[in-house]
Design a protein around this ligand. Structure first.
Ligand SMILES: C[S@@+](CC[C@H](N)C(=O)[O-])C[C@H]1O[C@@H](n2cnc3c(N)ncnc32)[C@H](O)[C@@H]1O
Length: 237
């Protein structure tokens, strides 16, 4: 994963303000995308969810309130500490995507990941946390070990049609600053690789994931969806 250091540095610098921003609900699109990911999960999987790149843990808390057993992983200690303090169950651990890939390849030991793979959760979610160009299919291949055969993967991300609305050509491309346009005093935003539908599907195919459904959450007055949610299942062939 090429830009990981830059991404991690940005999140270290901005974890505190991210928590404040979510607490104030200061990202208007989240009023659409938060309920949308809860709906996608509750319509497609039952009982338990692993939240990767969970941030300060709002989605785990929301799903716990609906009766799900949850576990959240994130690379940022401050976000995981906050998630632990805010949850009644405190099922969170500071583990990065790169550590999951290394664990899966046998190059990193983690009792937490061993336990999660021995007693897998029914579904796994990445909510607005996949930023890289390289290594995404490696991550998907690695997380298969954390799921049962019938497990589902949920990914919420920017809708590819947003490129056109931003005046960009419809090509997968790096966005300079994933934080542009967010209100709040965010510093040193990191790049974000924006994918076309074709390129998302290529990543899924490489990782042996079948697309089962998509959601396109949209505000009633808006021209374009606020995001896209992919619902994937493991291809066991
Ligand atoms: C936009 S936030 C989303 C957080 C949460 N999923 C939510 O919906 O509020 C992106 C999250 O991805 C996490 N993240 C980014 N790169 C990561 C990596 N390589 N490994 C683990 N977490 C990562 C960040 O620490 C941050 O919490």
């Amino acid at each position: 994963m090429r830009v990981t250091k830059e991404i991690v540095r940005t999140w270290e610098e901005n974890s505190k303000i991210w928590i404040e921003t979510l607490d104030k609900m200061a990202i208007p699109s989240r009023q659409i995308t938060n309920p949308a990911i809860i709906r996608a999960i509750s319509e497609n999987t039952e009982a338990s969810i692993l939240d990767l790149g969970c941030g300060e843990g709002w989605l785990c808390r929301a799903l716990e309130g609906l009766g799900y057993k949850t576990f959240g992983l994130d690379a940022m200690p401050l976000l995981i500490d906050t998630a632990q303090k805010r949850s009644l169950k405190a099922n969170f651990s500071c583990i990065s995507f790169e550590e999951i890939i290394d664990w899966s390849a046998g190059n990193y030991s983690s009792e937490t990941l061993d336990k999660l793979s021995e007693e897998p959760y029914n579904g796994l979610v990445f909510n607005f946390c996949l930023y890289e160009k390289e290594g995404v299919s490696d991550l998907f291949i690695s997380v298969r070990k954390l799921l049962p055969d019938y497990g589902k993967i949920f990914i919420q991300t920017l809708h590819p049609a947003t490129m056109h609305a931003m005046g960009l050509k419809y090509n997968s491309q790096w966005m300079e600053d994933a934080w542009a346009g967010l209100s709040g005093d965010f510093k040193n935003g990191h790049p974000w690789y924006f994918r076309t539908f074709e390129d998302w599907f290529a990543e899924f195919k490489t990782a042996g994931l079948n697309l089962e459904f998509i959601y396109e959450p949209k505000a009633s007055e808006a021209d374009l969806p606020s995001s896209i949610i992919f619902v994937l299942k493991l291809n066991m062939a």
